[in-house]
Design a protein around this ligand. Structure first.
Ligand SMILES: Cc1cc2nc3c(=O)[nH]c(=O)nc-3n(C[C@H](O)[C@H](O)[C@H](O)COP(=O)(O)OP(=O)(O)OC[C@H]3O[C@@H](n4cnc5c(N)ncnc54)[C@H](O)[C@@H]3O)c2cc1C
Length: 463
């Protein structure tokens, strides 16, 4: 039986990053994967959706060429080529992980892995052949899949999840998106930009409900302006797929309404892949669909760890990677600190983009802080105006007493690349005045961060 220092089960951004760090630290490492290297993120999540959204953005530029003094006979699209480009980008990324595994001398074991007692993993390959492997430490990173609601069963054709949504052969004329979290609204924006008639149904009062309320409101306005129908405080009660189209019964505050569309996309969250991987046999504790771990991702069973979407915390690629790195560094005996879950950025890549970190204004008030809040609109930014993208704003929240940067919330073009400034600033316990004294380049969208901070301290220049 092959023996390793570390075996990682699952090769998403949690698993493959963990394996690389383990190898860097001198551990003999193997990774087990039943599908494609790179997991959901590279194959079915972060990357292929961004490729689709890039096509949507370029298409939008083409449609508005005249706004930039350019002309074009007719902006058109080939839906199947848009899908193919996204699949090619994903395929290329997965190959990149293959290269990284080789470069870092990590053994890739193909097949479905199941934990066994004695720190073993049984891996069953495509031909139904099972082989056992042993390791001093096993790290579970099996990730998650689309969550199914009992009244919204996915048939993969008329009621679909995210995998089908990014591989449809034919563009639907109309689509109902259930759920307005990042996944739901990213697809809503992609299909709307491609010309599909899109309705988003959200159970809560605000779209992108985890965001600061002002961001949610601005985003809802942008969605409506783009032509997306938005129904908040509404829930899909049932779907009828017996006809040519899908009929969805939607409960709203005003009563019941029936919507009709070619397809319904269910984007109501995720379900972890924790079944049939041997957790019960080993008596590994789970709670509310997640594996229970300590601050360094150790389960209740010695030598077994879990990271990424299968554990509590935000289900995001960068979180999975950070957890995996920390987990193996701790196994190595390094002097590491637990991850600060209060300083994790979250991004939504629709048009406009959303990026945020830290507390919302409401959360900061509820926590008892006295606040200094500053806002700077992109309509006052030279770079945004030049780009023809002046929608949105940056909002910063500081503690009035000690100047702690409590939260930063942005909506606008390119803000997902700007949020790292706030993450780093908060990590280094930067005060507002220090941000102001850090000269930002002109003209850039990032000046809006400096100006928003200036607005919080009544020193704003450009509004
Ligand atoms: C449409 C969509 C868009 C997203 N966009 C973003 C984004 O922009 N930014 C962001 O940060 N996050 C995004 N996410 C979330 C992100 O993809 C996940 O948080 C991330 O992939 C979790 O990483 P992971 O390593 O925990 O698991 P996963 O990426 O789910 O990987 C788990 C891997 O384990 C394998 N596996 C499972 N069970 C077994 C087994 N028993 N044996 C062998 N292999 C197994 C699976 O095949 C899979 O490859 C998105 C998700 C979706 C669905």
């Amino acid at each position: 039986m092959s023996k390793y220092d570390i075996i990682v089960l699952g090769s998403g951004p949690g698993g493959y990053v963990t394996a690389i760090r383990a190898s860097q630290l001198g551990f003999k490492t193997a990774i087990v994967e039943k599908e494609s290297l790179g997991g959901v993120c590279l194959n079915w999540g972060c990357i292929p959706t961004k490729a689709l959204l890039k096509s949507a953005e370029v298409f939008d530029y083409l449609k508005h060429a005249e706004d930039y003094g350019l002309s074009l006979e007719k902006a058109d699209k080939d839906f199947s080529k848009v899908i193919k480009r996204s699949r090619d980008v994903a395929g290329g990324m997965s190959k990149g992980v293959q290269f990284l595994m080789k470069k870092n001398k990590i053994d890739v074991i193909e097949g479905f892995g199941k934990l066994k007692s004695g720190k073993k993993i049984a891996v069953t390959d495509k031909n139904d052949k099972t082989k056992e492997y042993q390791a001093d430490n096993i790290i579970v990173a099996t990730g998650a899949r689309s969550r199914e609601l009992p009244n919204l069963k996915q048939d993969g054709k008329k009621v679909i999840g995210y995998r089908e949504a990014m591989t449809l052969e034919k563009q639907p004329k109309s689509m109902i998106v259930v759920g307005s979290g990042a996944i739901g609204v990213e697809f809503a924006h992609f299909y709307n930009a491609m010309g599909t008639e899109v309705t988003v149904v959200e159970f809560l009062p605000n779209v992108v409900p985890l965001e600061d309320e002002e961001i949610s409101k601005q985003f809802e306005r942008s969605m409506k302006k783009a032509g997306i129908k938005v129904m908040t405080n509404s829930s899909v009660e049932s779907v009828d797929t017996s006809g040519k189209t899908v009929k969805a019964k939607v409960k709203t505050k005003k009563g019941e309404e029936t919507l009709e569309a070619d397809v319904v996309l269910s984007a109501v969250g995720i379900k972890t892949n924790i079944e049939n991987i041997g957790l019960e046999d080993l008596k590994i504790k789970t709670d509310k669909d997640k594996i229970v771990v300590d601050d360094f991702y150790k389960t209740n069973v010695d030598g077994i760890y879990a990271i990424g979407d299968v554990v509590h915390g935000p289900a995001l690629a960068h979180v999975a990677s950070a957890e995996g790195i920390l987990c193996v560094e701790k196994i190595k005996g390094m002097d590491v600190e637990p991850l600060d879950y209060g300083n994790i950025p979250g991004c939504t890549y629709a048009t406009p983009e959303i990026a945020s970190v830290g507390m919302t204004e409401k959360q900061a008030k509820e926590a008892g802080y006295e606040l200094k809040v500053g806002k700077f609109p992109f309509s006052a930014s030279g770079k945004a105006k030049a780009a023809g993208k002046s929608e949105g704003f940056v909002k910063v929240i500081f503690d009035a007493k000690y100047g702690e940067w409590l939260g930063c919330h942005m909506i606008g073009a390119g803000v997902t690349d700007m949020i790292a400034e706030a993450v780093l600033g908060r990590k280094l316990e930067t005060t507002g005045h220090e941000v102001l004294k850090a000269v930002h380049p002109h003209p850039t969208m990032s000046e809006a961060v400096m100006e928003a901070v200036a607005a919080a301290y009544d020193e704003v220049i450009h509004i």
